[in-house]
Write a protein that binds this ligand. Structure first.
Ligand code: NDP
Length: 245
């Protein structure tokens, strides 16, 4: 590996937006660490595909909601590639229900994975990222929409936006930027599952470009933020939603 190769760790990269980010950053020359929770086959297949295309990639299983597994994830990334320059905090889940009807498990899982998991990763990144690196956290445009049934999910993402702004300041002196990307509806399993076709069409039509985002649309925004072109953007939330909100 050349001394110049930068390393990006993407959580939840076995599929959806995370997989597209891993692909895009690999094409940009990063060695990528593809974290996943359960879908080992998909994560390994992506790593194999990126290596076959001339890149460097490693799939690592870790539940981001478990602090010791997050520490091990960062350990394995450093052992494989010698250091970490970029963290993309992407792993997330969504369960929709009015606040009055939420089951305890739905509350706990969303906060454990989306919020606590992101904090565990941010903590490792704050202590271990090489100077000059960057962090991108995945928020959601529902923070701006305030739709019914999105309460806990939106709250977990609003917290991510606060963490991004505060950690950006805490990285003073390290030349590390911290930003959040807040996608609108994006055609992945997280968004599409359990939604009737009519509702999908209605949500897709809420932005003036009148379509869902692709995972690649969002990966392009993350790629911009971690590239030299995005270097002056710091402590910001970039909504990528076709103009929905
Ligand atoms: P998907 O459901 O398509 O993929 C989720 C990914 O997260 C999978 O790789 C999954 O791994 C991983 N994951 C889930 N739980 C854990 C865990 N505990 N530890 C580690 N990895 C985990 O989701 P999307 O790609 O749609 O979403 C990615 C991010 O973007 C999320 O943070 C989401 O909230 C956000 N977002 C998505 C939008 C959308 O419309 N799709 C809109 C706005 C924001 P495995 O395959 O192993 O289960």
């Amino acid at each position: 590996m050349s001394a110049q190769t930068k390393v990006a760790l993407i959580t939840g990269a076995s599929r959806g937006i995370g997989a597209a980010i891993a692909q895009r950053l690999s094409h940009s020359g990063y060695a990528v660490v593809i974290n996943y929770a359960k879908q080992a086959q998909a994560a390994e297949a992506l790593a194999t595909q990126l290596i076959a295309a001339g890149g460097q990639a490693l799939a690592v299983q870790a539940d981001v909601a478990q602090m010791e597994q997050v520490v091990s994830l960062f350990d394995q990334a450093e052992q494989a590639f010698g250091g970490i320059d970029v963290l993309v905090n992407n792993a997330g889940i969504m369960t929709l229900a009015p606040i009055a009807e939420l089951e305890q498990q739905q509350i706990d899982q969303q906060l454990d994975i989306n919020l606590k998991g992101s904090i565990y990763c941010l903590q490792q990144a704050a202590n271990r990222l090489r100077n000059g690196g960057s962090v991108v956290n995945l928020s959601s445009s529902v923070v701006g929409l305030n739709l019914e049934s999105y309460g806990v999910y939106a709250a977990s993402k609003a917290a991510i936006e606060s963490l991004s702004r505060i950690m950006a300041k805490e990285m003073r002196g390290r030349n590390i930027s911290v930003n959040a990307v807040a996608p609108g509806p994006t055609a992945t399993e997280l968004f599409l599952k359990d939604k009737p076709e009519q509702l999908i069409e209605r949500l897709a039509d809420m932005n003036p470009l009148q379509r869902l985002a692709s995972a690649e649309d969002i990966a392009a925004v993350v790629n911009f933020l971690v590239s030299p072109d995005g270097a002056w953007v710091n402590g910001q939330v970039l909504r990528a939603n076709g103009g929905m909100v």
